[in-house]
Design a protein around this ligand. Structure first.
Ligand code: 3PG
Length: 306
């Protein structure tokens, strides 16, 4: 059995070593395709793979067509919007994610971006503090919960809205659960986004939702760029000189954001919320173990294309 790790943005070496150990202990072979720049390289590498570990790498119908021996794809991470689930099901390929394994890393980056913003991008001028500010967590999953834990350490007042999580679950963490996204954005000066990119959420973070945020508002997006209505965010930031946008998912209109909103817009060059050795080890090794469990015992825990 051949397990391919196909990562345009590679894992830390220590994580690849851990993955190799799991795969070879099971008697399988590990193949690596890192930092590829062309889809043709991926199409070639998947030809004889029985299993693939990916990150945000795109697995579409063309890749699945090329992967004639493929049985399972594991997205080492949370969001699986990069995998065509219907095509995978049609090809009889099991798709899994590794929920929770990289969530602390993403949460730490979200808080780091908040500090960077309120300290004026460390430009030497006098900034403000996070303590006492109202933080709204939009979607209370694994990352949202970690953001709440760290934000409470900063002394922030933490609120959350999640359409699918019962209020009691949120409130047992000492977080105030609100009834709607509108209420969350009206209440909180800082909002941290943790919604997945789905048909319902794409473009949903728009002018109407953001316009009522309190003065000195900040939106932190470590979720997905597709959930932002970029044209409307640009309009809002033109209308509100107090509004900051911090993200690790570069918008399509990055150049326009950077030019128009210097000092209150920041994007990392690559998505890097999960770019820590710990997150790579946790998610990568979990992916390898899930592949071994599936191939040896038929275990389908964490399957997302049921
Ligand atoms: C996730 O969905 O797990 C995060 O967005 C991390 O993605 P990455 O592995 O591509 O950095």
């Amino acid at each position: 059995m051949k397990v391919l790790v196909a990562t345009e943005k590679p894992f830390a070496k220590v994580a690849v070593d851990g993955i190799r150990k799991e795969i070879e202990a099971a008697g399988y072979e590990l193949a690596l395709l890192e930092k590829y720049t062309d889809k043709a390289q991926l199409l070639d590498a998947v030809k004889d793979a029985n299993a693939i570990i990916i990150r945000s790498d795109i697995i579409d119908a063309e890749v699945l067509d090329a992967a004639k021996e493929l049985k399972i794809v594991v997205r080492a991470g949370a969001g699986y919007d990069n995998v065509d689930l219907a095509a995978a099901t049609a090809h009889n390929v099991c798709v899994m994610n590794t929920p929770g394994q990289n969530s602390n890393a993403v949460a730490e980056l979200a808080l780091g971006m908040m500090v960077y913003a309120v300290r004026n991008f460390y430009n030497g001028t006098s900034g403000t503090e996070l303590m006492g500010k109202k933080l709204g967590i939009h979607a209370y999953g694994n990352v949202g919960r970690n953001v709440a834990r760290v934000a409470k350490g900063f002394g922030m007042e933490v609120y959350a809205y999640d359409a699918f999580c019962p209020k009691e679950v949120i409130e047992k963490d000492g977080v105030k659960a609100l009834d709607s996204a509108e209420e969350l954005y009206k209440t909180c000066q800082v909002v941290s986004l943790h919604i997945p990119a789905t048909a319902e959420t794409k473009n949903s973070i728009n002018y109407a939702l953001l316009k009522d945020m309190p003065k000195g508002a900040m939106l932190v997006n470590t979720a997905r760029k597709e959930v932002i209505n970029e044209a409307e965010l640009i309009k809002l930031m033109e209308d509100r000189a107090d509004f900051k946008y911090m993200t690790d998912i570069m918008p399509a209109a990055n150049a326009e954001f950077a030019e128009k909103f210097a000092g209150r817009y920041f994007s990392t060059p690559k998505k890097m919320g999960a770019q820590t050795a710990e997150a790579n080890i946790n998610a990568g090794i979990a992916a390898a173990q899930q592949i071994v469990g599936f191939l040896k015992d038929g275990c389908e825990k964490f399957r997302v294309n049921k």
